[in-house]
Ligand binder design. Sequence first.
Ligand SMILES: *[C@@H]1O[C@H](CO)[C@@H](O)[C@H](O)[C@H]1NC(C)=O
Ligand SMILES: *[C@@H]1O[C@H](CO)[C@@H](O)[C@H](O)[C@H]1NC(C)=O
Ligand SMILES: *[C@@H]1O[C@H](CO)[C@@H](O)[C@H](O)[C@H]1NC(C)=O
Ligand SMILES: *[C@@H]1O[C@H](CO)[C@@H](O)[C@H](O)[C@H]1NC(C)=O
Ligand SMILES: *[C@@H]1O[C@H](CO)[C@@H](O)[C@H](O)[C@H]1NC(C)=O
Ligand SMILES: *[C@@H]1O[C@H](CO)[C@@H](O)[C@H](O)[C@H]1NC(C)=O
Length: 520
Amino acid sequence: GVQCICDIMRALLPLLSLFLAWTTVAGAVDSVMPFMVYLDPGKMVCLHWGFDAVLGNITFKLVVNTTGWVGFGLSPNGGMTGADIVMGGLGPRGSYFSDYYATDETMPLVDTQQSYTLLSVAETNGQTIMTFERTMSTCDPQDLSITTQPIKLIYAYGLTDEITYHSTRRGTLEVNLLNYLPKMSMSNSTYLSVKVDNISIPPVKTYYHCKVMSFPTLTTKHHIYQIEPAIENYDIVHHLLLYKCPPFVTQGYSKPCYSGDIGDVCFGVVAVWGVGGGVFDLPEHAGLPVGGEPTPVFYRLEVHYNNPTMVCYDAGILTTGVLMLSSLEYTIPPKTPSFHTYGLMNPVPEFHVFAVMLHTHLAGRRIRVGHYRNGKQIDFVAFDENYNFEIQHFFNFGNFKTIKPGDEIAVECSFNTTDRSGVTKMGLATTDEMCLAFLVHYPAVSIATCLSHPLTMGLPNTSYDNFIFISDRLSGYENMLKLVPQYQVVTDDKVSNSLKCLIVYFLFITHLSNIISTHY
Ligand SMILES: *[C@@H]1O[C@H](CO)[C@@H](O)[C@H](O)[C@H]1NC(C)=O
Ligand SMILES: *[C@@H]1O[C@H](CO)[C@@H](O)[C@H](O)[C@H]1NC(C)=O
Ligand SMILES: *[C@@H]1O[C@H](CO)[C@@H](O)[C@H](O)[C@H]1NC(C)=O
Ligand SMILES: *[C@@H]1O[C@H](CO)[C@@H](O)[C@H](O)[C@H]1NC(C)=O
Ligand SMILES: *[C@@H]1O[C@H](CO)[C@@H](O)[C@H](O)[C@H]1NC(C)=O
Ligand SMILES: *[C@@H]1O[C@H](CO)[C@@H](O)[C@H](O)[C@H]1NC(C)=O
C-alpha cells in the first residue's frame, strides 16, 4: 500500500509557508475579472471581464482614456445595426448609465428592459472606469445573448459627457468571452508530445491502457501553459490523464492499467483531457510545473505541452472526492436509482480554483461539489446535473473561487445501479466506482490528492447486508455512511517527490445532507 500515518504537525508546515507566499502577491490578480483585452490597437480602450457560469452572470470593467462618455456593445456583424449597447460615464451631474439597442447606424435607443446593472463608475488619471454586469442570457429581444461562440464587441467614446457622434473614436474586436484564449507569445516556447501508439485494443467495452515513461530531461523548471490533445482515433479514446510517479518508479512500460504494476501508484495528476474537451489553456499567470528534478521522473500516460517564460505562479491539480485506496468495506447497493456518496476535504491552505473536471465511472449520474464555510454551504465549486461518462472535460469557470483555510469541500456523487444485480464496489477497476473532482488551482498547494470515505472498519453492522431487516433499507444504509467518521487520506508528491501520506484523520459530515443546487 502507499499509505502511512504521519503526524499532523509535519503536514501543517508546508501548508503554512504556502499561505505566506500567497499574501505577498495578493491583489496581483482580479479574481472577479481575470480576463483582459484592449479593444483598439492604440490601447485607449481596455475591457476586463469575468463570469460565473453557475449563477449565469458576467461582469465587465471598461477602462477608457477619456473623461467623456464611454460605450460598449455586442454586435451581430461588427457595426451598430442590431447591436446591444451600454453607454455611461461620470459627468457634472454625477454618473449616468443605460442599456440601449441600435436599429441602424444612428443614435441608439434606450431599451424598454434595462438588463445591465451599473456597479461603479469613476474617473482617475484621465480614465473612465465603468463596471457593470448582466446575465448571460437576458430573454430581452433588444439584447444579444452571450454564448460560448466568439462575438463581435464594439466600443465608442466621446470627449465630453454629452453623448453625440463618436466620429473615429469607435471600433470592433471579435472575442470569445466565455472561452477566451489569451494570445501568448509562442516564440521561445517548446512543446513535448507524450504519445501512446501502436497498441491493440482488446474487444471489451472499457479498456484502460497505461504507458509509463520518462521525458527528455528538463534541467530547469518549466511551466505547462497549454494542453492540446493529439488523438488519431477520436471514436475510441475517452479520456487521457497524465500522472507523475513517485521516485521508486524507475522503468517504463506500456500495458493495461491496474493489473498490479508499479505504475499503478502514480497518482499525482499533471493533466487531463476528456471526450468533448479541446485545447485547455491555463490562465496567463499560472502554469503547471514540470522539470528541474535531480533524477529522471516517470509519468503515466499522454498530453501535449509548451512553456512560456512569463508565467509567475505554479498551478496545480488537486484530486478530491471518494476513492478507495484501502480494502475497507464500502459498496453501492444494486437496483438503486440514486445512491449518494460523499468525499470531504478539510482543511486546506488558501488557493483559487479556476477550472474543474468531474469524474465517476459508468454508474455516475450527477456530481456536485459544495463549498462550505463554518458548516454552511456558501457556494458550489462546480456541479454537473447530467453527468455523462462519454463527455468529460475540464471546464473553465471564468473567475476564481477562493478556498480559504478552514473551508470544506464536499464532493457528492449520485449513482444509478438499477440495471445491476450485484453490489458495486468503490475502487479503481472500471466495474468499480469512484467520485472525483480534479480542481485546477493556483498557487499550487502541496497536496496532490485529498480523498476520503466512510470509516466502516471496526464498526458493527456497517455492511449493506445488515440493513436487510430495516424497513427503509437504502436510506438507512446511506445515512449510516454519512454518520460514521470519514477516513481521509492526503498525499503529497511535491515536497520530497515521494508519494507520502501527510494526514489521516477523522471527520464527521452530518451537515452534508444539504448539498443543494441553486438551479433545481
Ligand atoms: C491611458 O491612461 C493611462 C493612465 O493615465 C496611461 O498610463 C496610458 O499611457 C494611457 N494610454 C494611452 C494609449 O494614452
Ligand atoms: C446578475 O446580474 C443581474 C443583472 O445585473 C443582477 O440583477 C443579479 O443580482 C446578478 N446576480 C448575481 C447572483 O450576482
Ligand atoms: C529563448 O531561449 C534561449 C535558449 O533556449 C535563451 O537563451 C533566450 O534568452 C530566450 N529568449 C527569451 C526572450 O526568453
Ligand atoms: C506495432 O506492434 C506490433 C506488435 O506488437 C509490431 O509487430 C509492429 O512492428 C509494430 N509497428 C510499429 C510501426 O511499430
Ligand atoms: C436509472 O437507470 C435506469 C436504467 O438505465 C433508467 O431507466 C432510470 O431512468 C435511471 N434513473 C435515474 C433516477 O437516473
Ligand atoms: C447487528 O445486526 C444483527 C442482525 O444482522 C443484529 O442481531 C444485532 O443486534 C446488530 N448489532 C448491533 C450492535 O446493532
